[in-house]
Design a binder for this molecule. Structure first.
Ligand code: AMP
Ligand code: ZN
Length: 466
């Protein structure tokens, strides 16, 4: 059996996965910014994180999975300028920032449920952890990595030689290219806000007192603070979409390294983007599809999850209507074949098929290959239908395809034991050519609601009227 191997963005290599404490994995996934619905691109990234968790659990790890909810501080530009997405969303929607946070958090959780994404072990909201964030900023400050401008406390990336390693950032090139500075007071183009001051000209809905003045946390600090709170630093595994590599995760790493001297996590895994034919899908770009819009178009949510298995998580997946239709009919076909397999509670899954399936997933979560093994298995005539059913059901627990909710086809119900006994007696009567007894017994059978016909193969019964 192959060991679990994963691609680590930090080392740029696929290597056997190990955790700090044998049998346990601390796993942090960057969660959504809740100023709007998640789009199906975002959901691809959460399906990927869920698959990661399920595979780790199938490998016997006890996974402590933490996901944050960003409900403050994520500005419309990753360069720490522009408005807070939450405050902007609230203004546009005529609700408070707190109301939209609650509304879109609930909508997000519902989407996850419809996609059979397991709930993380711990949900944590940024606004519930302001003191921890302030404390982390103080540690970074105490170690000399910060400076103050008129609008906040910034991280001085030039003080950290390791800055940008995750993304292999070409700092010199970027510095030269960043002549059009968006914020004159920043010392270096990559410097980012740890704490932003409230603008005295406008009343913010979300703001807190701090040692530096009233304001709100920068976007990245929440993940450094909450990951440390719930997993300790360093922890094992950190996930997100590829867009997080150059900015958000790079800055999480810098903050934690400054505050604690440790690399935040050992393993960094990133899901590639879902793209529309020739443009990227983005919440802020305003061109996006929600899971609900797919449901409204007649697709089952799990058909979308099934579609995501058609590409490896480190490859782009281009979303098209034809692709969605293809996934939808393939999944329906799979469900149909599964429904026809008879249930036998005692049937034991086939080890060889499970091993091939597991090897595919242990190979850096090769979902397309694992899905191919599911199809081979459900069609494998060398296995009994009962064993095929038991085997693919085990696969569904790791690579959800909605099989656990498929209603089995009703087996045609045979006659009750009473009728069976009468049929036996009638067969004997006919064998001894006792036609009168045979007819009398038939009367009794009909009285119990069953018809009997005599064919070359013997007596055939069916419910009266059918
Ligand atoms: P956000 O709510 O913008 O913070 O994004 C939530 C998650 O979705 C992050 O992990 C992003 O990296 C990821 N993401 C954003 N756009 C896409 C996309 N088009 N395809 C896949 N993942 C995405
Ligand atoms: Zn994060």
């Amino acid at each position: 059996m192959m060991p679990l191997r994963l691609h680590n963005t930090w080392t740029r290599q696929v290597a056997p996965f190990t955790s700090r404490t044998p049998g346990h994995v601390g796993f942090y996934s960057c969660g959504p910014t809740v100023y709007n619905y998640a789009h199906i691109g975002n959901l691809r990234t959460y399906i990927f994180a869920d698959l990661m968790r399920r595979v780790l659990e199938a490998e016997g790890f006890d996974v402590r999975h933490v996901m944050n909810i960003t409900d403050v501080g994520h500005l419309t530009s990753d360069a720490d300028t522009g408005e807070d997405k939450m405050e902007k969303g609230a203004r546009q929607q005529g609700r408070t920032a707190w109301e939209i946070a609650e509304f879109y958090t609930a909508a997000f959780k519902q989407d996850l449920q419809r996609l059979e994404v397991l709930e993380p072990t711990i949900w944590c909201r940024a606004t519930d952890h302001i003191p921890q964030m302030i404390e982390t900023v103080r540690q970074i400050e105490a170690r000399g990595f910060t400076y103050q401008t008129s609008d906040g406390i910034y991280f001085d990336t030039s003080k950290m030689p390791e800055y940008g390693q995750l993304a292999r950032l070409d700092l010199a090139g970027q510095q030269a290219g960043a002549r059009v500075a968006v914020n004159d007071e920043k010392r270096n183009a990559q410097d980012f806000a740890l704490w932003k001051f409230s603008d005295p000209a406008e009343q913010r809905q979300m703001e807190w007192e701090s040692p530096w003045g009233k304001g709100f946390p920068g976007w990245h600090i929440e993940c450094s603070a909450m990951a440390a709170e719930y997993l300790g630093v360093p922890f094992d595994l950190h996930s997100g979409g590829v867009d997080h590599i150059p900015v958000h995760h790079t800055n999480e790493i810098a903050q934690t390294l400054a505050a604690t001297g440790h690399l935040l996590a050992d393993w960094w895994v990133h899901g590639e983007f879902l793209v529309l034919k020739d443009r990227r899908m983005g919440k802020s770009e305003g061109n996006f599809l929600t899971l609900q819009s797919l449901i409204d178009a007649g697709y089952s949510p799990m058909a979308y999850r099934y579609l995501t298995y058609s590409a490896h998580y480190r490859s782009h997946l281009t979303f098209t209507e034809e692709g969605m239709d293809g996934a939808s009919s393939a999944m329906r076909n799979l469900h149909g074949q599964f429904a026809a397999l008879p249930i036998d509670a005692g049937a034991i899954a086939d080890d060889a098929a499970l091993a091939r399936f597991g090897d595919a997933l242990r190979d850096d979560l090769n979902a397309p290959k694992a899905l191919a093994v599911v199809w081979e298995t459900i069609r494998d005539a060398s296995l009994s239908p009962e064993i095929r059913r038991a085997t693919v059901l085990r696969m569904d627990a790791v690579l959800p395809m909605g099989l656990a909710h498929v209603v089995p086809e009703e087996a045609p119900a045979g006659p009750p034991a009473e009728v069976e006994a009468l049929l036996d007696r009638r067969r004997e009567a006919r064998a001894s050519k006792n036609w009168a007894a045979s007819d009398a017994i038939r009367g009794e059978i009909v009285a119990l609601g069953w018809d009997v016909r005599d064919t070359a193969q013997g007596q055939v019964v069916s419910p009266v009227g059918r």
